[in-house]
Design a protein around this ligand. Structure first.
Ligand SMILES: [Zn+2]
Length: 410
């Protein structure tokens, strides 16, 4: 509560209009749109697979430096952090960010193809667009000597995508030097005029059933880990979840066993549970665990004479907290108003699974916005970004939102 109040007190600009100081900034972003797209392409052609964002991070740090950012460093997790110079007070502290990583493995072809306003390439929208938006914004702020009242950090995070499990943003808010200090968080992720003010929570598990194993014929008559896991999957598949708040489950990978004529020693599955609502996620998690345990017991009960062991191991491989979305949040309102001021109509996506999840779960006003233009096929080999006629409105929106939250220096 205290944080929301303090944020509403630090909105010195009227968000629905563009202050005269910022007009030339927005004009420059529009006029130099080609520069923004060139940044988007060239940063995207540096591979950044999960856990291997360093090369792209080093280049990004260089570009931030050339655009006037100061105190540039890479923290212990790999996030590239920089500060806009000349803030007059440390507070409010605004983090303006995009993510470096992609979902694509090492060795993928990262060449970007371009035809008119359409660009095709791995990660071109998610999140090379966000990275380019930060650079375009910095360049226009630099050119027009913009100084903020508060402090603005430009941050490129690592590990936003699935396997990374938000490790970059987690480090920033849970371990790094800014723990407890950030007043507002903006992530530019992907394209479009989207705003995501809530976080979809997810619990991910690697589930393993283990037994003694043996010959399929000779040792028949003992609990079978694969059969136990099959029972678990059938139970999971029958779990009823609400449509709204959206709540989902998925058995995503299944592995194990050694040969067709062996009772497996071990089988595993990876499962993803998600919900927009913290309560529904908790309820789903409990039903899921009951299904796992029930399956274990049913498989043991099937072979009452057998003394062979059967074990269940539940290992958490990622927890993302859920936070309810609301357009009534001051941050969501400010985002809507600033979008309107640059001529964008924002569509609210409710909850997402992005870097904002972590600060949102800590009660810090946060939003994930699109970078303008339009994108399709995120995380696919056909990923494309179309700048259309007004892609520049994305960085304009971001610039106005940052300036509104940080306030302009007198
Ligand atoms: Zn993304």
């Amino acid at each position: 509560m205290h944080r929301l109040l303090s944020l509403s007190l630090l909105l010195p600009l009227a968000a629905q209009e563009v202050p005269p100081t910022l007009k030339p900034v927005l004009d420059m972003i529009q006029a130099d749109n080609a520069w923004t797209l060139e940044q988007q392409t060239s940063i995207c052609e540096i591979p950044a697979p999960p856990f291997k964002e360093t090369v792209r991070g080093v280049e990004y740090a260089k570009r931030l430096k050339s655009l006037g950012l100061v105190d540039i460093r890479t923290d212990a997790e790999g996030n590239v952090i920089s500060r806009w110079p000349g803030s007059t007070v440390p507070k409010p502290l605004i983090v303006f960010s995009a993510h470096l990583d992609t979902v694509f493995p090492e060795g993928s072809d990262v060449k970007v193809k371009r035809s008119g306003t359409l660009m095709t390439g791995l990660g071109i929208g998610d999140d090379c667009r966000g990275l380019a938006v930060l650079l375009a914004t910095a360049r226009a702020f630099q050119k027009h000597n913009i100084k903020f009242a508060g402090t603005v950090l430009f941050v490129a995070t690592v590990g936003e995508e699935g396997q990374g499990d938000l490790r970059g943003v987690r480090y920033l808010f849970e371990k790094g030097e800014y723990v407890g200090k950030v007043d507002a968080f903006i992530s530019v992720d992907g394209a479009g005029a989207r705003a995501t003010s809530g976080g979809v929570g997810s619990n991910r598990y690697k589930i393993t059933y283990r037994g003694r194993g043996g010959h399929s014929y000779g040792a028949f008559g003992m609990p079978n880990p694969a059969h136990a896991m099959g029972r678990a999957m059938a139970r999971i598949a029958d779990i009823q979840v609400p449509k709204s708040p959206k709540t989902t489950f998925n058995v995503g990978t299944v592995t194990g066993g050694t040969s067709v004529n062996s009772v497996p020693i071990e089988v595993s599955m990876e499962v993803d549970l998600r919900s927009e609502s913290p309560l529904e996620l908790k309820a789903l998690d409990e039903r899921f665990r009951a299904a796992l345990q029930g399956a274990l017991e049913a498989e043991k009960a099937r072979w009452p004479e057998s003394k062979a062991l059967l074990e269940l191991d539940v290992k958490s491989i990622g927890i993302r907290p859920a936070t309810e979305a609301s357009d009534a949040k001051p941050m969501a309102k400010t985002a809507m108003q600033t979008a309107k001021a640059v001529g964008l109509t924002v569509f609210s996506t409710g909850s997402g699974s992005t870097d904002s999840n972590v600060p949102l779960s800590l009660g810090i006003p946060s939003i994930t916005i699109g970078g303008g233009g339009a994108a399709r096929g995120a995380h696919s080999l056909d990923e494309a970004y179309d700048d259309r006629a007004d892609g520049y409105k994305g960085p304009q929106w971001a610039a106005l939102l940052v300036a509104t939250l940080a306030g302009l220096a007198k």
